[in-house]
Design a protein around this ligand. Structure first.
Ligand code: PMV
Length: 313
């Protein structure tokens, strides 16, 4: 049987997480060394319209109709078929594999959605624009995250660096000179919905203070965009450190993240910050490429669970 396969990368947020939920800009980049993959195989002998979903990593083996109506995997398949005007999918099996650790700020949910959307579209003999793929994935992000800004689905659908403002058209970001990041997993799962909800409560209690923090983060993002475009990535380091201090003030850092960030800086990282929802999940460190392995080793010794070196641009 022919198989229709699609892949989608992980992502990290370079600048602007949390403030982006409140209308400030953010910068995010794909991490192509980690991928989610969806494979659709026709099952002509299965009953008409029967769709079976297999995701061994989460021990899922179920028929689409057996899943709750708001199950993210069911929604993504149904929304894609709907978008393409297909009343049903010809009987098939959809297998999902992902190398992206969940609940760690790397966009695993959005990557799985994007891979499924593209594989299902290919199975139906169609293709969808990046904008439409992102729009469908955003609907599913709402199930995972409650009130997502849309940055994850955007950067993952586009597979390129983006300057993102909630509700605005996709703006790819030109990377003037490549730069190297070390990404380290604190090993602490931290669902984004929880940190986003906590920031919302704190913002409601002291809106003036939180709006001022969001403004400062927004200003950092604008400076970072200019440096990335001009090809002056070394100067991003100071901005990363300042963004991290502001994230601490928002209440989304944690002792473990700070311990790892200190370890990266001591080992020669130019700058470092948490990435994504915070509390746990991942941090990113900007490094000279020749120092990447030293910083990676220091992070492992400081008890990071997984460490990846990636080049942006
Ligand atoms: O990287 P993640 O999936 O943890 O995304 C978090 C980004 C936030 O700004 C905290 C939330 C959002 O929807 O943008």
């Amino acid at each position: 049987m022919p198989a229709f396969t699609a892949q989608a990368p992980a992502k990290v947020i370079l600048f602007g997480e949390h403030a982006v939920v409140y209308g400030r800009p953010a910068i995010a980049v794909p991490v192509i060394s980690l991928r989610a993959r969806a494979i659709v195989r026709a099952e002509p002998r299965a009953p008409h319209g029967q769709v079976r979903l297999l995701a061994p990593a989460v021990e899922l083996d179920a028929l689409l109709d057996e899943l709750a109506e708001d199950h993210p995997l069911r929604r993504v398949v149904e929304l894609t078929a709907e978008e393409l005007g297909a009343a049903y999918l010809p009987a098939c099996q959809i297998s999902i594999q992902s190398e992206i650790p969940p609940a760690s700020g790397l966009g695993s949910g959005a990557a799985v959605s994007v891979a499924i959307i593209r594989a299902v579209a290919a199975y139906l003999g169609k293709s969808l624009s990046d904008e439409t793929v992102s729009k469908i994935a955003y609907e599913v992000e709402k199930i995972y995250h409650g009130t997502p800004s849309g940055v994850d689905n955007t950067v993952i659908a586009l597979q390129k660096a983006v300057f993102f403002v909630r509700g605005q058209p996709i703006q790819p970001l030109r990377v003037g000179r490549p730069f190297t990041l070390v990404i380290a997993d604190s090993g602490i799962p931290s669902p984004t919905a929880a940190t986003v909800a906590d920031v919302r409560v704190a913002w409601q209690q002291d809106p003036a203070r939180f709006e001022a923090l969001f403004d400062q983060i927004g200003a950092i993002v604008l400076q970072a965009r200019a440096l990335i475009e001009k090809g002056q990535p070394d100067q991003l380091a100071e901005l990363m450190n300042r963004n991290q201090s502001l994230l601490q003030e928002l209440g989304v850092s944690s002792p473990v993240l700070e311990h790892l960030i200190d370890a990266a800086r001591h080992a020669g990282a130019l700058g470092a910050k948490l990435s994504g929802g915070g509390r746990g999940g991942n941090l990113i460190a900007l490094v000279n490429s020749s120092d990447a392995s030293i910083v990676a080793q220091a992070l492992k010794e400081a008890s990071a669970r997984g460490v990846i070196v990636t080049t942006v641009g």
